[in-house]
Design a protein around this ligand. Structure first.
Ligand code: HEC
Length: 393
């Protein structure tokens, strides 16, 4: 008994119990306060960087998929050029669901462009373990060694709309100068682009942190699943006005004093104040066992109702030939049953369990979909030198 009391006293001291008051230190903010964690990561990845030219947010100086998935990966030096390609997920979704009507792209060119950026620890891990090429994935599968990214890994997937085409996107009718005040704007090839949406993931916890942000003027921002931000938004929950994806315009997300205090300390483009956290995901199900849904109105456009970041990314894996085991996570069971049926399988594990010894048919890529999706095929003749699906993003 004495020993137990002594232990409690020591534990109390290490937690900072002084004069009866308990220190407010949270041992696991990523799980206990996911929305706060999401906003802290927001300030980190968007911090101003010197010498970046137009690419002045930190994440814009990181390596793109095109820098990573190529014969000789290179970390970008100086001002990294924008890398905007078509939305890879809409291509994967169409392949898996042939009857799905593709997005209508005004003017023939995609209205929304996309890029992925990863920080140096994340990039180095992929390069050092040869995870950027199919031959490396085959070796990894044969070794059966679990893939575990370093805890300081971070990735951002961002969507951009050309400033001249914002009107088509959401009716914005301001001048380019007004656009640059309202949006984080970057330019490439003589054209200006406005940031409309972005995902941030980090390896702070073994199954990563998942956050998605949207510009407050995105049409249909809170459709289908609502918007949830218990840290930064005065209205912690905004109910969906439409059960399907629509062009509904939602009021801006008025910010709490707590998040404004983070903005006041951070050095970010002032336009970032116009972005809202749509939600954070830190588990597959809620405590009542229901599958959690989180999807961005732009990035997961057309499947927000079935989107679970963790479930789909939990299925990122490759087989003995170094090929992805599903088409971008889309297969009949991976992202759930049709909306409304409520019986979606949850978690990352294939539901077709059988009796007998378990058999490995895919090695998980530690939730990082770009590994199996973008790896260059160096096993064919002639070998692929850059990724067909990801080299431009
Ligand atoms: C149905 C499957 C699916 C869902 C749901 C999904 N993703 Fe992804 N995600 C992918 C695929 C496939 C890629 C790689 C291709 C690409 O870049 O689009 C990817 C790429 C990414 C990347 C770039 C790094 C990486 O892992 O390759 C990030 C970051 C990301 N997703 C975050 C999210 C977040 C946050 C959510 C939830 C709001 C989400 N994703 C929902 C399939 C999915």
């Amino acid at each position: 008994m004495r020993g137990v009391i002594a232990f409690v006293a020591v534990a109390g001291a290490s937690l900072g119990m002084m004069g009866g008051s308990v220190a407010q230190s949270d041992p696991d903010p990523a799980r206990n306060s996911p929305d706060r964690q999401s906003w802290e990561l927001f300030m980190t990845v968007n911090a101003n960087v010197a010498g970046g030219g137009n690419n002045n947010a930190l994440f814009e100086s990181w390596a793109s998929d095109g820098d990573t998935f190529r014969t000789s990966p290179v970390w970008p030096s100086g001002a990294a050029a924008m890398q905007i390609g078509p939305r890879a997920l809409s291509l994967a979704f169409q392949r898996a669901h042939p009857r799905f009507t593709p997005e209508v792209l005004p003017g023939g060119a995609a209205l929304v462009g996309e890029e992925t950026r990863r920080n140096k620890p994340d990039f180095d891990f992929i390069v050092q373990n040869n995870l950027f090429k199919v031959s490396g994935l085959k070796t990894a599968f044969a070794a059966s060694k679990p893939i575990a990214f370093p805890v300081d890994s971070m990735e951002v997937k961002a969507n951009w709309v050309e400033v001249d085409r914002l009107k088509e996107f959401n009716g914005f009718s301001g001048t380019p100068i007004e656009a640059a005040a309202a949006y984080h704007v970057n330019s490439t090839g003589g054209k200006q682009y406005a940031l409309v949406s972005f995902h941030i993931i980090s390896r702070l916890v073994p199954d990563w942190t998942w956050a998605t942000f949207e510009h407050e003027d995105n049409p249909g921002r809170c459709d289908v699943i609502g918007c949830k931000d218990s840290f930064g938004a005065v209205d912690a929950y905004v109910a969906p006005l439409s059960p399907v994806e629509s062009q509904t315009h939602y009021p801006g997300c008025a910010k709490t004093p707590a998040v404004l205090a983070l903005f006041a300390q951070a050095h970010v483009d002032p336009a970032f104040a116009n972005y809202c956290l749509k939600g954070s995901q830190s588990n597959f199900t809620d405590s009542s066992g229901l599958a959690i849904r989180l999807g961005n109105s732009v990035t997961e456009q057309s499947f927000v109702a079935q989107s679970s970041c963790m479930t789909c990314h939990g299925r990122a894996g490759f087989d003995a030939d170094g090929r992805p085991t599903t088409s971008g996570g889309f297969d009949p069971t991976s992202i759930g049953a049709p909306p409304g049926t409520g019986n979606a399988p949850v978690g990352p594990i294939n539901s077709s369990w059988r009796e007998g010894d378990p058999m490995r048919f895919g090695l998980p890529a530690d939730f990082v979909w770009s590994v199996p999706f973008c790896a260059i095929d160096d096993a064919t003749e002639p070998p692929e030198t850059k990724s067909r699906l990801c080299s431009s993003k």
